[in-house]
Design a protein around this ligand. Structure first.
Ligand code: NDP
Ligand code: PYC
Length: 337
């Protein structure tokens, strides 16, 4: 039977699943907030579907469910570094973000580097968290080698997500968050499970030929969005959020894990910027000017990114989050493990 739950009830159930699997409160709490938020905002590819991968990665011993992330390095400069200590990225981010915000407000810009983390999550909760401090934010991370570079035929780059947020006083921030592949790998897996073909242009098979078969796509390679442009942005993410922060690139992640069935292990880069400090009083209030731009976009009938997500959130908070009968039964099975 379908089930409708409040956000908090769903979050607590997810937290219980992880606590029963042996995680500590820091890890289970942060993961439950991220996954429940995915369901609440209608982002199925990073909602409860991810619980299975988290449990599998724990069982394989490739992530620590009891890690306590730590801020490392004693200075008060622009780079805040959190060692996730082999745990998930989410609690490491939660630990680092207040320090990041303080530094960015004081210095004009600051970066949060998370090292040695397992990362399965969407990035929008993180850019949103930074915008709550009145700061603009960019977040990026590698993944594992599943995407062929434009013009190539074999997996090399990750689905490397990139997210941006701009604070809008008194309203939900402007946020976009996307894989630099045509679609997130989670979307391909959801198509496979539902027995649906993929849209054309998402993937190539092991012979480098276009395919709409999800199995062939998972065995072959996904494609970057926007051809050479997405390929270059994805490469930038490997450079900045892999090599520059002293962490793994997507091909190295795949070598380390030997599979794409476990959540990837790498680092993450979060950049926070103070619009007020950058504008320095020139050309008026940056937030008011941004509103004019957003109005002009919407004035043409276009929607802003995250508009669908914020509408889904509003509905979920008012009416609850509805799980399909299969999803509800699976959640119960995990709770009984
Ligand atoms: P989508 O293509 O679904 O959406 C990308 C963004 O574009 C969203 O902000 C979305 O807003 C916006 N958008 C969609 N349609 C329109 C439109 N018509 N007009 C304006 N804006 C629009 O995302 P992806 O499938 O590429 O990625 C899904 C998620 O996967 C992301 O959250 C990403 O972080 C995550 N991911 C995580 C990875 C990891 O390694 N951790 C790897 C790859 C992806 P809205 O939500 O409102 O529709
Ligand atoms: O959906 O591409 C994806 C993904 C990879 C790692 C986490 N999400």
């Amino acid at each position: 039977m379908k089930q409708t739950l409040s956000f908090e009830t769903l979050r607590e159930r997810i937290e219980q699943i992880f606590l029963r699997a042996g995680m500590n409160a820091v890890q289970a709490g942060a993961l439950s907030r991220a996954i429940a938020a995915g369901e609440r905002d209608g982002c199925k590819s990073h909602g409860i579907y991810r619980i299975e991968g988290v449990l599998r990665t724990l069982k394989a011993g490739k992530v620590s469910g009891t890690a306590e992330p730590q801020i490392v390095g004693g200075d008060d400069g622009a780079i805040v570094r959190v060692d996730a200590r082999g745990g998930f990225s989410n609690p490491a981010f939660e630990l680092g973000v207040p320090v990041l915000a303080e530094r960015a407000k004081r210095l004009g810009l600051a970066a949060l580097v998370v090292n040695d983390c397992t990362h399965f999550a969407a990035l929008w909760p993180e850019v949103e968290a930074v915008t709550e401090h009145g700061l603009a934010a960019m977040v990026m991370c590698p993944s594992y080698a599943t995407v062929a570079p434009a013009g190539g035929t074999r997996p090399l780059l990750g689905t490397n997500p990139f997210a941006f947020g701009w604070p809008r006083p008194g309203r939900a921030p402007y946020v976009f968050d996307f894989a630099t592949s045509v679609a997130a790998r989670g979307e391909i897996e959801l198509h496979r499970r539902a027995g649906n073909q993929l849209p054309e242009g998402w993937a190539i098979d092991t012979d480098g030929q276009p395919t709409t078969d999800p199995e062939a796509a998972l065995a072959g390679a996904m494609l970057p969005f926007g051809g050479h442009k997405g390929s270059a942005i994805s490469t930038m993410i490997e450079l900045l959020a892999g090599i520059m922060i002293g962490d793994l690139t997507s091909p190295e992640v795949l070598d380390f894990l030997g599979t794409t069935t476990l959540a990837p292990f790498h680092g993450e880069l979060v950049i926070a910027l103070s619009p007020e400090k950058f504008a320095a009083g020139r050309s008026g209030d940056p937030f008011a000017r941004a509103e004019l731009l957003f109005e002009a976009i919407q004035g043409q009938g276009a929607r802003l990114p995250s508009q669908r997500r914020f509408a889904a959130r509003e509905k979920s908070l008012a009416d609850g989050i509805t799980l399909s009968a299969d999803e509800a039964a699976q959640l119960d099975r995990w709770l009984r493990l």
